[in-house]
Write a protein that binds this ligand. Structure first.
Ligand code: NAD
Ligand code: UD1
Length: 340
């Protein structure tokens, strides 16, 4: 059984990936500082897989603690690095927190890879690196645009840090996965998204509105150059996204990768507008969602969706679940946590 370190493994995408890794036969050790997650997620994971993952409550910014951890865990063969701060608005308000948490932790982990001979590394990147794309759908060859937020900048710089590191450490095999918009929850409703405070992202705002926690959804703009005037995104089921990590990890563990730093878009290839998401939610739940059109949100790009051919052909992975399935699972999760 290969042992894999999952940083941020109690978070939204990390927890779903831990489930898929365990179900694929990996032993998982999680590092999380619980800054944006709850210890109860461990129980949710265990309820699904019947195997409690190893867990270390540790802040990756504490270099000495991290070094001690690797001293005690000499058998780690790969790392999937999810841990990061991820709120765009917060990153504008407190850029140094974002540069410290998202960049220092990456550097420390790569240093430990080198020291401990760990050669397999998967990084959580984002479609935000493409900014407002010139061509749709977006391929991995699209230019990385000037970041519109410190958060986005940390993803760009992170990819540069990994590029430079791989250039001088040919044994290190890294893959950067550029996520489009992950939504939904595990079908068991044992794990899902747990936004702290008022959600900034569309789907948790929708489910909280339907649950009565929010009065109404604000749709940010209906005057964009899109068919219905609202912005278009590529919404991908978090379980599909999680499965891609297992495939990417297997690719580098079995040395099938073509270069020692590869990048893949993870999306469905389909663009959906905000109003289409609202309608789909109403259809799958049979509920009427309270919403109103308001001004555009500063910083939003008009339309973003992935060209997924590289991941389809080279990774042999394809998103299988529909947006409707994702929305139904998000609602099931919201109902469970709100005891509706
Ligand atoms: P999340 O906040 O749910 O999970 C991140 C986890 O990392 C949390 O459990 C948090 O407690 C932990 N963490 C943060 N800083 C830490 C530190 N210093 N030490 C230890 N643990 C720490 O976020 P998520 O949505 O699961 O995102 C995972 C990754 O994917 C992030 O790198 C994020 O930037 C990236 N990403 C997310 C999205 C998205 O829409 N959710 C989109 C693109 C990329
Ligand atoms: C945002 C971030 C992105 C990050 C991702 C996941 C920006 C510019 N981008 O993506 O870097 O990786 O979150 O954390 O912030 N919407 C509404 N009403 C709402 C919320 C959202 O209409 O209450 C609309 C938005 O205008 C957008 C779409 O829904 O068109 C999706 O928004 P959101 O879920 O916040 O994701 P992104 O903005 O695509």
């Amino acid at each position: 059984m290969k042992k894999i370190l999952v940083t941020g493994g109690l978070g939204y995408i990390g927890s779903h990936t831990v489930v898929e890794l365990q179900q694929a036969g990996f032993e998982v050790v999680i590092i999380d500082n619980l800054s944006n997650s709850s210890i109860n997620v461990l129980e949710g994971i265990t309820n699904i897989t019947k195997t409690p993952p190893l867990f270390e409550r540790l802040d990756l910014r504490n270099k000495n603690d991290l070094t001690d951890f690797f001293q005690q865990n000499k058998d780690i063969e790969g790392i999937i690095h999810f841990a990061a701060s991820k709120a765009v608005g917060e990153s504008v308000a407190d850029p140094l927190l974002y540069y410290e948490n998202n960049l220092n932790t990456l550097v420390y982990l790569l240093q430990e890879c080198k020291l401990n001979g760990i050669n397999n590394f998967i990084f959580s990147s984002s479609c935000t690196v493409y900014g407002e794309p010139d061509v749709l759908p977006i391929t991995e060859n699209a230019p990385v645009k000037v970041a519109t937020s410190p958060y986005g900048n940390t993803k760009q710089i992170s990819e540069e840090i990994i590029t430079d590191t791989c250039a001088v450490h040919p044994k290190l095999q890294a893959i950067s996965l550029r996520y489009f918009n992950p939504i939904g929850a595990h079908h068991t409703a044992e794990i899902g998204e747990l936004p702290i405070g008022v959600p900034q992202n569309l789907v948790p705002f929708i489910t909280q509105t339907a649950a009565g926690l929010r009065k109404e959804l604000s749709v940010f703009g209906n005057d964009y150059p899109t068919p219905d005037g609202s912005c278009i995104r590529d919404y991908i089921h978090v379980v599909d996204l999680a499965k891609a990590h297992v495939v990417a990890l297997q690719r580098i563990l079995s040395e099938q990768n073509k270069s020692n730093f590869e990048m893949f878009n993870l999306g469905t290839g389909l663009g959906s507008s905000v109003l289409e998401v609202v309608k789909a939610f109403e259809k799958v739940t049979g509920l009427k969602l309270n919403y109103k059109i308001v001004d555009r949100r500063p910083g939003d790009v008009v339309s973003v969706y992935a060209d997924t051919q590289k991941a389809n052909k080279i990774l042999g992975w394809k998103a299988e679940k529909t947006m409707e399935e994702a929305l139904a699972s998000a609602w099931k999760w919201e109902q469970k946590i709100r005891k509706i």
